[in-house]
Design a protein around this ligand. Structure first.
Ligand SMILES: Cc1cc2nc3c(=O)[nH]c(=O)nc-3n(C[C@H](O)[C@H](O)[C@H](O)COP(=O)(O)OP(=O)(O)OC[C@H]3O[C@@H](n4cnc5c(N)ncnc54)[C@H](O)[C@@H]3O)c2cc1C
Length: 398
């Protein structure tokens, strides 16, 4: 990105924050004060109606961003994007993350994880008709990959797509589909060659989540939230134009999407430094040396992690796209999260899990309970480490 573009973007972000963005800055909710300060989604404390209101607010925030030219900065001009290089997107995301705007995970799955692959592999209809709406928040899209027997071993997918006049009929089950209950569409991987095994014979589809035959069931989590779903397909019709990539080439689309997912886990997903500052503040005057050194260690790890992520991201940009190194960015994020969770647990003890009236301590409970999920989503730590060992360090497969 050149300096002129950078200056213009800086100005555009400033104008957005002071203008149309202002009404979306998250305000304190008396039930949530400490949790909001920790930017926890806290879906567990909202009724279903309130949750839907929050999703509508998020869509409106995304529309305001899009209309201000800040939602799809690297997208093609002819589709409503800004036509700038990819690093412009990252710059704007970082700038916006300095303000308490609504958590946009539901939009990000469509725009940052699935969107780039829909642009690269999707039909003209998907690119022209749907993709701009995904970036504008008009359509929320979920990722329909994992199945009960296909998680780390994703090539074991059993969901089937059989030929039908004008398209395909999909039957099977997905699981752990984040945000599926709010999604308008999904990107689904299914087996189009019934006798095929492993990576061959799979195809990727854009799928209407409101089509007849789609059933979404929520999964209650130990955090109290319910962001995940099981999704069942009973003979769901998908038209030919919703095939993403060539028939039988779904694995290439999967790899592309997984790469996007890893490259979207950057420094803006690093648990905020302000959380560590909160821990430091809670130490008080009489704190012991062990606890002080543990919190100081977090500041060190945060800075090293932040710089390491920047280095990995710029190495990927120099190489012209994400590579296996980006698995390391996710490991940095989850390692820091785990360490913060461990230090918070040492400091607060049982006050962390029981609502004892100490809101500053209890606010950590969702963070601590959510960390194991971070280690699993987007590829488990163990599987990512296998990739680092084989593809970066060149170690033999065991
Ligand atoms: C926060 C979160 C969000 C998610 N969102 C989505 C989503 O939107 N869409 C979607 O499709 N899926 C989603 N998932 C599912 C996620 O991709 C899978 O949970 C993940 O791939 C692991 O699969 P699994 O749960 O079947 O565990 P398994 O694959 O059964 O793994 C069980 C354990 O075995 C270990 N293991 C497995 N294979 C190896 C190996 N070769 N070497 C060493 N250890 C190994 C794993 O590390 C893990 O500890 C999400 C999960 C989480 C937690």
């Amino acid at each position: 990105m050149n300096l002129v573009d950078l200056k213009q973007l800086e100005e555009r972000v400033r104008e957005f924050v002071a203008g149309p963005g202002k009404s979306f800055l998250v305000k304190s909710d008396p039930r949530l004060t400490d949790r909001v300060a920790m930017n926890v989604v806290a879906s567990s404390v909202f009724s279903e109606e309130e949750e839907l209101e929050r999703v509508e607010l998020l869509r409106n925030y995304q529309r305001a961003l899009f209309d201000a030219g800040l939602a799809w900065i690297s997208g093609p001009l002819e589709l409503g994007g800004g036509g700038l290089p990819k690093d412009a997107d990252a710059y704007v995301r970082r700038e916006l993350s300095c303000h308490p705007f609504p958590d946009n995970t539901l939009v990000r799955t469509g725009s940052q994880v699935l969107g780039p692959s829909m642009l690269a592999y999707g039909s003209a209809e998907i690119r022209q008709e749907f993709l701009p709406k995904v970036h504008r928040g008009d359509l929320l899209v979920c990722q329909l990959f994992s199945e009960p027997d296909a998680g780390s071993d994703l090539a074991n997918i059993k969901t089937r797509a059989d030929r039908a006049p004008g398209g395909w009929v999909i039957s099977g089950q997905k699981v752990w589909s984040s945000g599926a209950k709010f999604a308008d569409f999904g990107v689904c991987i299914a087996r189009t060659e019934p006798e095929s095994k492993r990576h061959s014979g799979l195809s990727a589809f854009f799928l209407d989540m409101h089509a007849p035959g789609v059933e979404v069931r929520i999964i209650k989590q130990m955090t109290g939230g319910a962001e995940f779903c099981e999704v069942f397909f009973t003979e769901v019709f998908v038209p030919d134009s919703f095939l993403i990539g060539a028939e039988g080439s779904g694995w290439a689309v999967v790899l592309d999407i997984l790469m996007n997912e890893r490259s979207s886990i950057g420094d803006e997903l690093l648990p905020p430094r302000s959380y560590i500052e909160r821990l430091a503040k809670s130490l008080g005057n009489g704190s012991n040396e062990f606890h002080r050194s543990r919190v100081a260690g977090l500041f060190e790890r945060y800075e090293v992690g932040r710089l390491l992520i920047k280095r990995l991201q710029s190495a990927a940009e120099d190489k012209g796209g994400p590579g296996p190194e980006l698995a390391l960015t996710k490991l940095v994020v989850t390692n820091l999260g785990q360490e913060m969770s461990a230090v918070a647990s040492e400091l607060f003890g049982p006050r962390l899990v029981a609502d004892s009236g100490d809101a500053a301590a209890y606010a950590w409970s969702e963070f601590v309970l959510g960390i194991p999920g971070m280690r699993i989503g987007g590829g488990t730590d163990e599987v990512l480490k296998n990739g680092v060992a084989e593809r970066i360090l060149g170690l033999p497969r065991s």
